[in-house]
Design a protein around this ligand. Structure first.
Ligand SMILES: [Ca+2]
Ligand SMILES: [Ca+2]
Length: 634
């Protein structure tokens, strides 16, 4: 089991790893004795089961086997109802004299065709005879629906190539995308962006599809203060706090707050907390936005002069289009998005829109991640500014109702009420949904190669000295196990967290990104006579400032290699397969050889290249595509 800090913790720690490391281990103890009657209890007390399957619950007699023993069991309805959602059961389990070990309670789960919330029932042991009843006398079984439900989701993108939001992976092949109010495409989306998404989900497999994805930055404006120690920024009058899973755009060098520039326009995505601060999920330099943008709460409204403030920023709305505002005017306490331009330190806005009114449709199912911004009681609080209620049917994961308080991060599955002004939470998960653990491995077997696996944002930079830096906060120390075996350094971590890792090494002859990776890797400034790139999994590899003589490339899985913006490559041999693509900038008169093939699934494999007088010797199959983008780029 993994217990995580529930409250945002901005205290920074940089795990700096050279070549001597701490290995953490844990162990257990045991006992013995004569042969007593033993203890009877459930092997586990919490089960998640999909509709249409059978749950087998083990009951164990342990610590002795003397004499005949028995125990009664019975199911009891919670939000799941016997007969409709599962087959109610009761009976007696027995162990003969001298026999210990497991007995099984098997309960079929109904497969209906209705889209439902997660429901639960309990299995309870009673009337133990001939042994002692252990502490695990009751279990909760949660039924995860396997029917497709339409919903609206809100949360940060934790994986790309499709978009993973709140633990659900959404197919994006048919998504309409809006970025900061403007029409955009799926490839404009970035890790860590907080998005609103409409689509369909099958919760039993955590897969869905998104019809619509909207991203609005929390703030686009100049950086006014950088506090690297407190991990805090001031951006256009707004306090921005950097957390454990804040994603830094790979163009930020170094990949810390020190890589930002005072006065430069910066785009921040994140969640507001109860103080109105922005808990950043993503930071990137912004060289393309022509205006400023901010999401925040109206205060100090001055109707006569048509001014209000959002934290330390004064907003002038005298020339603004007002969208969805109550009675057509701003009011104190209203959460709004404003767009405009900074004039002498005042944000003169063209447009003010009510965020809350536009976010909820009466009766719709919602899957919302974020931070509790107002807390009155466990049945009355706001998540991201939106009012939430709970009732006796509400289930809790990784915590209890008493753990709810301001600034706690939760994810909830619920439904908007008929009035469209609150949502009833049917299940509250503290933190973000659990993912499997994975390992991010750096393999320095010959000090010229690097091997990556797992989920991370990794920047690999040419540097005379070897080092690895992983930026993480204090509460991660309980959640990451660093170990070294030979030349391999591993970070065993929870993949729901995204790590910013920087690797510095003098030479890079080969990089392997494994088939299980969900990695976003940038190679920067290497000058190599020869380089081999093996890119797999669902990964992205970009090159910046690279000079490569001969390049050998294998791209597989659902991966993207972008070497289109580097110095011309001497010669290249490629093998692109799966649903992958590569972009190369080839030298004048160079050879580009190999194959492009498309695997099973949606999409095709593609090779894009810049080149002049290229000796092209690339084979393709029926689906794959080779596209020349233009002449060799200087
Ligand atoms: Ca079903
Ligand atoms: Ca169902």
């Amino acid at each position: 089991m993994c217990i995580r800090s529930l409250v945002w913790n901005p205290v920074p720690i940089v795990l700096f790893v050279s070549m001597s490391l701490l290995v953490v281990a844990c162990g257990g103890g045991g006992g013995g004795g004569d042969n007593p009657p033993g203890t009877i209890q459930l092997a586990e007390t919490s089960f998640d089961v999909r509709e249409g399957s059978v749950i087998n619950i083990l009951v164990a007699r342990s610590g002795g086997s003397s004499g005949v023993a028995s125990v009664d069991f019975a199911t009891a309805d919670g939000t799941a109802v016997g007969g409709a959602d599962y087959t109610a059961a009761n009976g007696t389990l027995t162990w003969p004299d001298g026999v210990s070990g497991n007995r099984t309670i098997s309960i079929p789960i109904t497969d209906d065709n209705a889209a439902e919330f997660t429901e639960s029932f309990t299995v309870t042991l009673s009337n133990v005879s001939g042994a002692t009843l252990g502490a695990n006398s009751s279990a909760t079984v949660k039924i995860i629906d396997n029917d497709v439900t339409v919903l609206s989701a809100f949360g940060s993108i934790t994986a790309l190539n499709s978009a993973t939001v709140n633990g659900i992976r959404y197919d994006t092949n048919a998504s309409n995308v809006l970025v900061n109010g403007q029409p955009a495409v799926v490839s404009d989306l970035r890790l860590g962006q907080v998005v609103r998404l409409g689509g369909e989900v099958n919760f039993s497999v955590a897969l869905g599809s998104a019809d619509e994805i909207q991203y609005n930055a929390s703030v686009i404006g100049p950086v006014e203060d950088i506090d690297g120690t407190a991990r805090r920024l001031l951006v256009m009058g707004q306090t921005v706090l950097i957390g454990v899973d804040t994603v830094f755009d790979p163009s930020i060098d170094p990949v810390t707050l020190n890589g930002l520039t005072l006065g430069a326009t910066t785009q921040i995505s994140g969640f507001l907390n109860a103080n109105g601060d922005i808990m950043a999920t993503r930071i990137e330099p912004d060289t393309t936005s022509t205006g400023a943008q901010l999401i925040g709460t109206v205060t100090e409204l001055d109707l006569a002069n048509m001014l209000f403030t959002i934290n330390q920023l004064t907003v002038d709305y005298s020339n603004a289009t007002l969208i969805d505002l109550p009675m057509g005017m701003p009011v104190n306490g209203l959460l709004v998005i404003v767009r405009g331009s900074l004039v002498s330190g005042i944000l003169v806005v063209d447009e003010i829109a009510n965020i809350i009114n536009s976010s909820a449709t009466p009766g719709e199912r919602v899957h919302l991640g974020g931070i509790i911004t107002r807390f009155a009681s466990a049945t009355d609080f706001d998540l991201n500014g939106f009012p939430i209620t709970t009732d006796t049917s509400t289930g809790y994961v990784n915590g209890v109702a008493g753990d709810l308080q301001a600034n706690v991060e939760i994810t909830l599955d619920g439904e908007v009420n008929a009035g469209g002004d609150t949502a009833l939470a049917r299940e509250v998960t503290f933190g973000r949904p659990d993912f499997d653990r994975t390992t991010l491995t750096f393999d320095f077997s010959n000090f010229t190669n690097i091997s990556l696996d797992g989920l991370a944002v990794v920047t690999v930079i040419q540097d005379a000295d070897f080092s690895i830096e992983v930026t993480a906060d204090a509460d991660v120390i309980n959640d990451v196990l660093v170990s070294q075996i030979g030349d391999t350094v591993s970070f065993d971590l929870n993949v729901s967290r995204i790590y910013n890792a920087v690797v510095r090494m003098p030479l890079l002859n080969q990089i392997d990104v494994g088939d299980n990776a969900l990695a976003n890797v940038t190679l920067r400034n290497f000058d190599q006579m020869q380089m081999t790139v093996n890119l797999g999994g669902v990964s992205i590899l970009r090159g910046e400032g690279l000079m490569i003589g001969d390049l050998t490339v294998t791209v597989s899985g659902v991966s993207t290699l972008d070497f289109g913006d580097i110095a011309p490559i001497g010669n290249a041999n490629i093998d692109i397969s799966g649903v992958s693509q590569a972009t190369l900038n080839m030298a004048v008169g160079s050879t580009l050889a190999g194959s492009v093939t498309t695997g099973v699934g949606t999409g095709v494999s593609q090779l894009f290249y810049y080149g002049t007088d290229i000796n092209l010797n690339v084979t393709t199959d029926a689906l794959s595509i080779v596209t020349r983008l233009g002449d060799t780029q200087p």
